[in-house]
Design a binder for this molecule. Sequence first.
Ligand SMILES: [Zn+2]
Length: 319
Amino acid sequence: MSTVKSVAVGVELAARGTTVALIDRHGTILHRLSARTLMGRPAIATIEPSLRAIETMLSYAHAGGYKVRGLGICVPGSLDTERHRPLLVPTLPSLNDFPLCDFLEARYTLPVRLHVDVDAALLGEHRFGAGKGCNRLLFLTLNAVVGASLVIDGQLECTAQQYVGHISHMLVASNGPRCSCGRHGCINTLVSLEAMQKMVQRALRRGEQTSLTQRLLNREYFSPQLLAEEAERGDSVSLQVYGEVGRWLGVATTRYIDLFEPHRLILGGDALSSNDLILNHVRRILTTHSSSHVCTLIDVVPARLGSDASVVGSVVSLL
Ligand SMILES: [Zn+2]
């Protein structure tokens, strides 16, 4: 007697490349492939290597006796949910308005689900990671910019397609820097990679010594990870930047909590989840500076699925 093993194929499309993963009902990645994304070409040419990887994965699943329930895709950007396609993917603009779901469904005769990467990551954490068993969850992630997502009553809170009203564009400081959405002082502008770089530059202009200088002179790229490593070694400038980022995140978190009353806050992305610095800042602000009783009750926890959260989360509704 043969046992059918249900799986789905998760696909995370990004400018740095595509991850294609075969995922089982427990959220375990059984097999993984990478593909390039070819930027500056029409949509189908951009994803052509990813399509070949999907086909290789489907053959692998077939040979292994797996039953593929569908494809879950995630992209970094915003979606046209009515028309099942990416709306605005700044790093892969040829996908803007490309009928991605229709195209893939026709090609593979499988159900296709499309998510924004940060929403997919939260779905992954909710089902298999740090959000398990919690029905009101807020997820904040920091890579180049802040991403935010919300699960209420176990369902992803559908965000507006426009920037305004999207929770990653929450207004934190009305006199803050100008954001891509046109307003000033969105959370994105205060704790982004660019904002952190500017904090470092200001410290350098003040003549402060930092071990970051040596690493940047060694042609390393400035990244949240690099900053996290130096902060952990006790570099004072990195710690200052962490302090400021933590403070803004704390302010934003307090507002999110007042609005949405989540029971748990998950911090994701390497800079937020790989050490306790930010976590402790945010916890301290919530317990000491907040007037809201709700804020003192919330759990603040690091993400558990790491960089696999999005690809795993993109298939949860298929399994
Ligand atoms: Zn904004």
